[in-house]
Design a protein around this ligand. Structure first.
Ligand code: NAP
Length: 205
C-alpha cells in the first residue's frame, strides 16, 4: 500500500522502516520540506521510502499522523478527506498544554482527532509504547508476539490490523474511538509491552 506520514520524527521513521521492509511504499513529510528530510531518507536507506510535501503524504492511501498533538491545528483537515488515517499521536498535558477536556476524559484524544478530520476514517494505533522498541520487538517468535491495541470503526480497523500483522505484531481490537481512553497515554497500559493475553489481563487489572 502507499502510506504517507505527516511528521517524520521518531514515530514516522520507525514505522516507515517497518512498513517499507514489509513492502509498502512510504512518503515521509514534515513542515520543513523535502530537502530537510534528505538526511533521514539516506539514513533509513530503503528505496521504498521517499520524502514529500505534507500534501504528497496526505495523497497516499493511508496517512499516519505522527506529529506532536499540540500541532494538530496546523494540519488542514480538508487534506485528509476520504482517507484512512492512523492516529499515532498522544496527548501529554506537560507537552501539549493543560486541556481539561482530555484530562477529565470528556472526550478521548483520538475521538477529538477524528472529529477534527471530519470526512476521514480515523483508527488509533501505534500509540501505546515507545517506538524505539519496535524494531527488536517486531522480530519476536509467534508465541511471544507483542499485541498492539487499536481503536476505530470495524471496517477501518481491518486494514490497520493487516499492517500490524505484516510488521510482526498482533493487533488487539480495543473497540471504538469514543471508548479509547483505556488505551491512551494516561491509561494503565501505556508503556506496556506484552502478548495479547498479557495485554488483556493488564486492561482488566
Ligand atoms: N516517540 C515515541 O516513542 C512515541 C510513541 C507513540 C506515540 N508517540 C506520539 O507520536 C507523535 C510523534 O512523536 P515523535 O516522538 O515522532 O515526535 P518527534 O520525534 O518530535 O517528531 C515530530 C515530527 O512531526 C513533525 N511535525 C511537527 N508538527 C507538524 C505538523 N503540524 N505538520 C507536519 N509535521 C509536523 C516534525 O518535524 P518539523 O518540526 O520539521 O515539522 C517531526 O518530523 C506524538 O504525538 C507522540 O506523543 C510517540
Amino acid at each position: 500500500m502507499n502510506i504517507g506520514f505527516i511528521g517524520s520524527g521518531h514515530v514516522g521513521q520507525a514505522l516507515a522502516s517497518l512498513f517499507a521492509q514489509a513492502g509498502h511504499s512510504i512518503v515521509l513529510s514534515n513542515r520543513h520540506g523535502v530537502t530537510n528530510l534528505q538526511d533521514v531518507i539516506a539514513r533509513l536507506g530503503n528505496s521504498n521510502i521517499k520524502a514529500g510535501t505534507i500534501e504528497d503524504a496526505a495523497a497516499q492511501e493511508i496517512v499516519v499522523l505522527a506529529f506532536p498533538f499540540n500541532t494538530l491545528s496546523q494540519v488542514q483537515p480538508e487534506l485528509l478527506e476520504g482517507k484512512l488515517v492512523i492516529d499515532a499521536t498522544n496527548y501529554f498535558p506537560k507537552r501539549d498544554g493543560d486541556l481539561p477536556k482530555f484530562i477529565d476524559h470528556k472526550i478521548a484524544t483520538s475521538q477529538y482527532v477524528a472529529n477534527y478530520f471530519t470526512g476521514s476514517r480515523v483508527v488509533k494505533a501505534f500509540n501505546s509504547f515507545g517506538v524505539v522498541d519496535l524494531p527488536q520487538l517486531s522480530a519476536l517468535p509467534a508465541a511471544k508476539k507483542i499485541a498492539l491495541p487499536i481503536a476505530g470503526a470495524a471496517n477501518d480497523k481491518t486494514i490497520v490490523k493487516n499492517l500490524i500483522i505484516a510488521i510482526g505484531f498482533v493487533p488487539y481490537d480495543a473497540g471504538e474511538l469514543k471508548d479509547s481512553f483505556k488505551i491512551q497515554a494516561d491509561s494503565n497500559i501505556f508503556g506496556f509491552e506484552g502478548t495479547r493475553p498479557e495485554l488483556i489481563a493488564k486492561l482488566k487489572g
